[in-house]
Each structure stands twice: as structure tokens, then as C-alpha cells.
Design a protein around this ligand. Structure first.
Ligand code: CP
Length: 339
């Protein structure tokens, strides 16, 4: 199902004569939107809304193939990218997505902002809100940071990763990549292997994959399992061979040393020996398996370079889809029924 209006029309020269309150052409004023004001968790989305985002992202992807990679969809809207944690893919793809939709963008990083003088997240958000942005894209080390920001401001908040909690747009771009390669998500066997405990990507992916009907197996050292694994309706194993066997999709997760307090395994070398994805291990997988990784990768820790750069890898397709998915989320939130 595609949105009622076409957000990708190359009508960049449409005069601003629409009757909409923003001054944008009326046809871009009322896209089929999302129910919630913000996108904080995959749990905020119904299965139909997830499909709507993925379908919209497919339409948005075409914009990136044009000579002039721009549509006027968010002309007149202001988006603040507020990143309190390091990021390459998410920050760059949000900014590219915003620019392709003609939004005005502002980037605020912790370094160089008044956060270094001790200003709180709440005060930072309140002060940015006073400048009337339409959306805030927030990455923060604390779980629930997006929820706090969303309560404090009228602007729509998109969670770009909150601590070890969730990373909803990552799960959406992962689903887009799976759907492109496999034609569906329902019924697929997806194995997620690595540092489960510290991964927001895992949590968002499990919610999304289960909502779309995939079977999920998670695998890692017992010390890196989630305490609430049973609640997530996934199969858990500490055997990587078991996780690889029969999987349609293998998703490797980064070992997040920066979030670890203490030792969860003896050494990175031993982790690679037991849980690293190698060409030899991959021989047990289905012939059409795809290998995913959200990035950044620790080569030689959770994944061998031969696998990361090999024929089964779709890792750079994930990155490419990140722009389209974020365009879709920005567009659909801008037209949320909430408004
Ligand atoms: N996948 C991901 O969130 O990457 P970045 O941390 O580089 O944004």
C-alpha cells in the first residue's frame, strides 16, 4: 500500500500556491501519516504502519537515482539533528534524507554545544523547542531520552538510538533490505548473533521482525544474553553453528566495548574463535543466506573481513536503504494524523 499522495513527484518547481497552512502545495500537506506524534520505538507502530513506511521508502529510494536528488515535500519544515553520541551512518543519512526532502536542517552535537557546560537534556530540548523546529532527531546514551524529549516539546521526535534501548529506523532499514532481497519478511528465519545485551538494534529488530511474522533466533555468549529473553518470543542459543544452520538471514551485532563494565568474555581473540562469522562457519548456512551488520563493524571480532566484503554481504545495501527509510519516516511523521 502506497501513501495516498506521491511524495516523490519531481515537482520541484511547483509554486507555493497551495492552500495548506505551511504554504506548501496542498498535495503534500496530507500524506497518509502515522498515528503517533513521535517515532520512539518500533512498538509504537502497527504492522500496517511498518509496511507503509517500507512501501514509502521504496518510492523515496527512486529520488536518490535522479540527477537532481530533491523533492519539495518538507519545504518550510525545520529539522534539528541532536546527536549526543557518536554516529556516522545515522547522522549522515538523516541529514541527506532531510536535504532530499527540502527541509531546513540544523546539526547540534554534544561537543561544541552547551552540554559541555553542564546543560541538561531537558533544558537543551526546551531551548531548541523555543526556536520552533518541526522535528527533532535525537541520539543519546540514555535509554528513554527520546521519550523525555517528546514529552517536553511540540516538535515531533525521532529516536535515532537511545542507549541500549532502541534504534527504530535501523530496524526499518534492515527490514527494507531483507524484503528487497527475499521478497518478504514473514516466515523467514533470522538469526541475530553477537553482543545481545548492549544492543538497541537487537531490541528494535526483534519487535519489528516478530510484528512482520519472522522467526527469530538470537545467539551469543551466555554472559551477553538479555535477562528478559523469554518475553521477546525468540529462540536463544549459545551455539553459533545452530544459529547459522537453516537461517535465511544472519545479522551480526557489534561487540560494544564502550558499554561494557567488566569482562563478558576472556578476550576479543577468543570471542572471534567462538562467535565470529567466518567463511568456514558460513558453509553451514543456506546457499542464499544474506549477511547483515548495522555498523560500525569490528572486523576480526564479530565478523571476518572475507564475510563482510563477500558475496553474501548486504551491509552497504543496508546503508543505502537508510536514506530512503529516513526520508519515509520524516515524510510520514510530517503528515501524522496526530496533527
Ligand atoms: N548503525 C548505526 O547506528 O551506525 P552509526 O552509529 O554510525 O550511526
Amino acid at each position: 500500500m502506497l501513501p495516498r499522495t506521491d511524495p516523490t513527484r519531481h515537482d520541484a518547481e511547483i509554486p507555493l500556491t497551495g492552500s495548506g497552512s505551511s504554504g506548501a502545495p496542498a498535495e503534500f500537506e496530507t500524506p497518509a501519516g502515522l498515528r503517533a506524534k513521535d517515532l520512539l520505538s518500533i512498538g509504537d507502530l502497527s504492522a500496517d504502519e511498518i509496511q507503509l513506511i517500507l512501501d514509502t521508502a521504496e518510492a523515496m529510494k527512486e529520488v536518490g537515482t535522479r540527477t537532481i536528488k530533491k523533492v519539495p515535500t518538507l519545504r518550510g519544515k525545520t529539522v534539528v539533528n541532536l546527536f549526543f553520541e557518536a554516529s556516522t551512518r545515522t547522522r549522515a543519512s538523516f541529514e541527506i534524507a532531510e536535504k532530499r526532502l527540502s527541509a531546513d536542517t540544523l546539526n547540534v552535537a554534544a561537543t561544541g554545544s552547551s552540554v559541555v557546560k553542564g546543560e541538561t537534556l531537558a533544558d537543551t530540548v526546551r531551548n531548541l523547542e523555543a526556536m520552533a523546529p518541526d522535528m527533532i532527531v535525537l541520539r543519546h546514551a540514555a535509554a528513554g531520552a527520546g521519550h523525555l524529549a517528546a514529552r517536553l516539546c511540540r516538535a515531533r521526535v525521532i529516536n535515532a538510538g537511545d542507549g541500549m534501548h532502541e534504534h527504530p529506523t535501523q530496524a526499518l532499514l534492515d527490514a527494507m533490505t531483507i524484503r528487497q532481497r527475499k521478497g518478504r519478511v514473514e516466515g523467514l528465519k533470522v538469526s541475530i548473533i553477537g553482543d545481545l545485551l548492549h544492543s538497541r538494534v537487537l531490541r528494535s529488530n526483534v519487535l519489528l521482525l516478530r510484528a512482520l511474522g519472522a522467526e527469530v533466533c538470537v545467539c551469543g555468549p551466555a554472559t551477553l544474553m538479555l535477562p528478559d529473553m523469554a518475553r521477546l518470543s525468540v529462540r536463544a542459543t549459545t551455539s553459533i553453528d545452530e544459529a547459522v544452520e537453516d537461517a535465511d538471514v544472519i545479522m551480526l551485532l557489534r561487540i560494544q566495548l564502550e558499554r561494557m563494565r567488566g569482562y563478558f568474555f576472556p578476550s576479543l581473540r577468543e570471542y572471534f574463535q567462538q562467535f565470529g562469522m567466518t567463511v568456514a562457519r558460513l558453509r553451514r548456512a543456506k546457499r542464499d543466506v544474506i549477511i547483515m551488520h548495522p555498523g560500525p563493524m569490528n572486523r576480526g571480532v564479530e565478523i571476518a573481513s572475507e564475510v563482510a566484503d563477500g558475496p553474501y554481504s548486504v551491509i552497504l545495501e543496508q546503508v543505502a536503504n537508510g536514506v530512503a527509510v529516513r526520508m519515509a519516516v520524516l515524510y510520514l511523521l510530517a503528515g501524522a494524523r496526530h496533527e
